[in-house]
Design a protein around this ligand. Structure first.
Ligand SMILES: O=C(O)C1=C[C@@H](OP(=O)(O)O)[C@@H](O)[C@H](O)C1
Ligand SMILES: C=C(OP(=O)(O)O)C(=O)O
Length: 443
């Protein structure tokens, strides 16, 4: 097999502190949940400022393939400007249909439950990496709830969900320690199952709890009745009752995990970055960056202006190491590792063994690529130990992982002659990244 040769992107080096205002596009996680919930609703809804990226366009295309109407328009926003808005018109879900999941965890996990409601077969396929990412828990849970799925007993993609027009639902046990998305997937479609759904997590530590909170909040916002551990329910058990869902008019928050490289730029260069529309309250894990990057040497202020809230994040010129469990906010790990490699003391990042099954094996990839530039990173059982060293230029490989690409760009700010391979992989969640990065640096 021939290996694809990707272009190298010379990561811009920062000669001085950055000072920029960066408008970050909408959250991937919110956009893809909102699309699913709107598709399952009993009336049309609106999604304003949705993220337009590979993962969200795959979600949109998949729902359209099953018969959902999605119209893209440009409309006025509350701030008076114009913005993109998608009108989602639910309909009976149809098969036969084909779904390309790409390498989107949200698409490969959230849509099989939706497909059980279609009136025919829905074939799921995706990038080679999607065959390796955990899905077996969702497949067996759906079977236990009454679905017919043909996966050739592999427990992975490709597979066909033989939608029967409805799913009985009920109680199910699932080990979601490899991905919180298993729980979110079952809950999101739960209101449409005849008996709703009760999901009981059995197994190791459940990662990414804020993402499950996001699912619960968004379900409640469209009228679903949800019982969950955080509001007095049994630990590790979520219940969603059978009900109709409302069509909503939802404005998507900026993707705070995609704000990470820009905040990191302020930290690494001792500069300042302002992110407009940073939400005062949010379930996005990226909100934890306010605290994490403060501990690593920056300071931040959430300001309120007539135009809304904004986060102003300022670097001090010093970067400190950190010892932290990132299990709840795993997707922030590559960006934190990049900053930690440039710090004045070692870091230990823990609680993220499940990152080995993300877009790539992120623990192996970060170790190899930072060490390839002269760093000193070792993999632990559940994370990374990072001892900062003087780094040198070289190629930073990305393994089709958007967050590896942005991590390489952050290192390139402080280390001359870093070349990020396949920066275009940022299109998964942030297609304009190279232009935004150039804007940040005024190049
Ligand atoms: O539900 C979601 O939107 C997500 C959940 C998390 O997945 P895991 O629990 O698999 O880490 C996160 O890493 C991913 O980027 C998005
Ligand atoms: C893990 C991630 O994505 P996915 O939704 O594909 O799981 C991520 O964006 O960091």
């Amino acid at each position: 097999m021939t290996e694809t040769v990707h272009p190298l992107w010379p990561a811009p080096y920062a000669d001085g502190p950055v000072d920029a205002k960066i408008t970050v596009p909408g959250s991937k996680s919110v956009t893809n949940r909102a699309l699913v919930l709107a598709a399952l609703a009993s009336e049309p809804g609106w999604l304003r400022r949705p993220l337009r990226s590979r993962d969200t366009l795959l979600m949109s295309a998949a729902l359209q393939a099953m018969g959902v109407g999605i119209e893209e328009t440009v409309s006025s926003t509350t701030t008076g400007g114009s913005g993109e808005a998608w009108r989602i018109i639910p309909s009976g879900l149809h098969g036969p249909a084909s779904v390309d999941v790409g390498n989107a965890g949200t698409v490969m996990r959230f849509l099989p439950p939706v497909a059980t409601l279609a009136d025919g077969p829905v074939r799921f396929d995706g990038d080679p990496r999607s065959y390796e990412r955990p899905l077996g828990g969702v497949i067996s849970a759906l079977r236990a709830l009454g679905a017919r799925i043909d996966d050739d007993d592999r427990g992975t993609l490709p597979m066909t969900v033989h939608g029967g027009g409805a799913l009985e639902g009920g109680s199910v046990r699932i080990d979601a320690s490899s991905s919180s998305q298993f729980v979110s997937a079952l809950l999101l479609s739960g209101p449409r199952f005849n008996q709703g759904v009760e999901v009981r997590h059995v197994g190791g530590v459940l990662p990414s709890l804020p993402h499950i909170r996001m699912t619960v909040d968004m379900l409640r916002a469209v009228g679903a009745q949800v019982d969950e551990p955080e509001t007095g329910g049994e630990p590790d058990v979520w219940r969603v009752s059978h009900s109709a869902l409302l069509g909503r008019d939802l404005t998507v928050e900026p993707d705070l995990s995609n704000a990470q490289p820009f905040l990191a730029a302020a930290l690494v260069t001792g500069g300042r970055v302002t992110i407009p529309d940073w939400p005062e309250r949010t379930t996005q894990p990226g909100d934890a960056l306010r605290q994490i990057f403060t501990e690593m040497g920056g300071s931040c202020e959430l300001t309120t202006t007539p135009d809304g809230t904004a986060l102003v994040f300022t670097g001090s010129g010093r970067i400190h190491g950190i010892d932290i469990d990132l299990g709840e906010v795993g997707e922030l790990t590559p960006g934190i590792a990049a900053v930690a490699a440039l710090a004045d003391s070692p870091s230990t990042l823990r609680g993220v063994a499940h990152l080995r099954l993300h877009e790539t094996d992120r623990l192996a990839a970060l170790t190899k690529e930072i060490n390839g530039l002269g760093g000193d990173v070792t993999e632990t059982e559940d994370g990374l130990h990072i001892r900062p060293r003087r780094l040198r230029g070289g190629v930073f490989h990305t393994y089709d992982d958007h967050r590896m690409a942005t991590a390489g760009a952050v290192i390139g700010l402080a280390v001359k002659d870093v070349q990020v391979e396949n920066v275009a992989t940022t299109a998964k969640t942030l297609p304009d990244f190279p232009q935004m990065w150039a804007g940040l640096l005024g190049v």
